[in-house]
Structure formats: C-alpha cells, structure tokens
Design a protein around this ligand. Structure first.
Ligand SMILES: [Ca+2]
Ligand SMILES: [Ca+2]
Ligand SMILES: [Ca+2]
Length: 278
C-alpha cells in the first residue's frame, strides 16, 4: 500500500537541505565550495538589490566600503565589482587607466550576501581594520581575499571619492551600474565621470543624468558617511539608464538618502539602520 512510502517523517527536508546547505561561504576566505557549479555559464543576475551603505575615507586602516542586502533573500556577489575610480566603465575595453591610489576589485563569484546581510570591504589589511574596529572585514583589498583586478596602491582620499558598485559579465562591451555614491568632496580626478554616449567595443552607454552631487563636506577623520534611506523614489529607476534594470544610478538624490555634514558619525562597519532592511 502507498503508506509504505511515507516512512521517515524527516526525509523530505533532507533532499532540499542538501542543496541549500552550501550557502555557508559568505565571507572572503571561503573555500568556494559554493552552491553554483555551473557558474561560468550563468548569465549575470537581472536584478541586483545590493546598495552601498557606508563609506569611511580615513584615516589609514579605517578606510572601508560597506554594502547591504536590504532584502529577505540571499543575493549572490556573482559578476560584481567595486571601484573608487570614475573610469571604471572602461573596464571591458581593458583601457581603464587608474590614477594612483585607486582600485577595481571583483567579488568572489560563489559568495553571497545573506538576507539582510552586510559586507565590508577594507582597503587596508584585515588586521589593520580589526585594530580599528575590533572585528575583521568581510574582504580586504590589501590582503587580496577578493580579486584585485587592478590597483595602484589603493586608498580612499580623505577629501572625497566616488564609489561605484557595478556588474560585468566579463564579455559584454558595457558594464552595468548597481549603485554609485560620491562621498565627501572629491577632486576632479577622484569623482564621477560621465559615460553618456561613450562608445566602447560594439555598443555605447546611454545617457547619464549626472545629477548625483558631492556632499557639502567630507566626514572628518574618525567619522564616516552612511546611507539612511533606500534609493527607491530618489533616483530614476526602470528607465533607460546604464544601471541594472535600466536604473540611472547617477541620478540618486544622495543628499536625501545619505547622511550629511551635521550628522556624520563614527563608523559602524557591519551594522546598518533598520530603515534599510525591507
Ligand atoms: Ca582612491
Ligand atoms: Ca543608487
Ligand atoms: Ca554601517
């Protein structure tokens, strides 16, 4: 009779459990035993809900960029890059010229950001970050536990930097923006560069609004700038921008969605306000 099949009440979970259990390796040192065997042929995710959430420009050892996953589901870091150089968008052509002090790094394909998780990328060593904040970062550029695509003695300039999270599948002529923030008041060499209409390989970038603005001032040493609000409703989305899903990341009203001069406070790496969690 069919009841024989029912036997162990707990076996049903075992089958699905064996697939989900591999989500463990969220952090950089991982063995990469990750879930995705067929990663090299996977298309880049069409939806990347990750956001920049905090930027600490200094002093040395205290420099980091934080990302948050606002959603209640895990998000892969597949095909995602981070840069502090406005020419990041030339990466597919191999012609990215970094000025001294800048970097482009790529996250490990098999790593994920857990639901409501936070990732920190330290510019200096994990040891220096630990000395500053009492915990290790998720990744360290100096320790190269993520892929350092190119760098020139990377640092975050205290007066200001553009920070860009972007997606590239390794073969497309163009990258796609995920989130952009101009922290502090960067010099021309450290800030965003318009890619409107820029022709590269077999395609051209669409129009960038470029209405994102520098802050009124840079956070003082020992303070950072932090996202306080989600971007929805504060940037052009689902349009014809250069971002994932047609968003225009150069249009975010970061004067509203990030803190400002009077509110700059001590860094909180690994922690975000609950307003950022959906
Ligand atoms: Ca820099
Ligand atoms: Ca944005
Ligand atoms: Ca934080």
């Amino acid at each position: 009779m069919a009841a024989h099949e029912v036997a162990p009440a707990d076996s049903g979970d075992d089958q699905s459990g064996s697939n989900t259990g591999s989500g463990s390796g969220t952090h950089g040192n991982g063995s990469g035993s990750g879930s995705g065997s067929g990663t090299s042929t996977m298309p880049p995710p069409a939806h990347v809900p990750l956001l920049l959430s905090e930027i600490s420009l200094g002093p040395a050892g205290h420099e980091f960029v934080e990302l948050v996953n606002p959603t209640g589901f895990a998000v892969p870091l597949y095909d995602l890059y981070l840069s502090d150089n406005g020419n990041y968008f030339k990466l597919p052509a191999g012609s990215t010229t970094l000025t001294s002090g800048d970097f482009i790094v790529k996250f490990p394909d098999n790593d994920i950001v857990p639901a409501h998780g936070v990732v920190t990328v330290a510019v200096d060593t994990s040891a220096a970050f630990n000395t500053a904040f009492g915990a290790n970062p998720t990744y360290s550029i100096a320790d190269a536990n993520l892929t350092v695509v190119t760098s020139q003695s990377p640092s975050l300039t205290d007066t200001g930097e553009v920070i860009v999270l972007f997606q590239w599948d390794g073969t497309s002529p163009l990258v796609r923006d995920v989130d952009i923030m101009i922290a502090g008041v960067p010099t021309a060499g450290n800030t965003i560069v318009s890619k409107s209409g820029y022709s590269q390989l077999t395609n051209s970038y669409k129009h960038d609004a470029m209405s994102i603005a520098a802050q009124a001032s840079a956070p003082a040493a020992g303070k950072s700038t932090k996202r306080i609000m989600l971007e929805t409703g504060h940037e052009a989305q689902s349009g014809t921008g250069n971002g994932v899903e047609g968003d225009d990341e150069t249009s975010e009203a970061t004067g509203t969605t990030w803190d400002t001069t009077a509110a700059f406070s001590a860094p909180t790496p690994g922690q975000v306000p609950s307003a950022l969690l959906q």
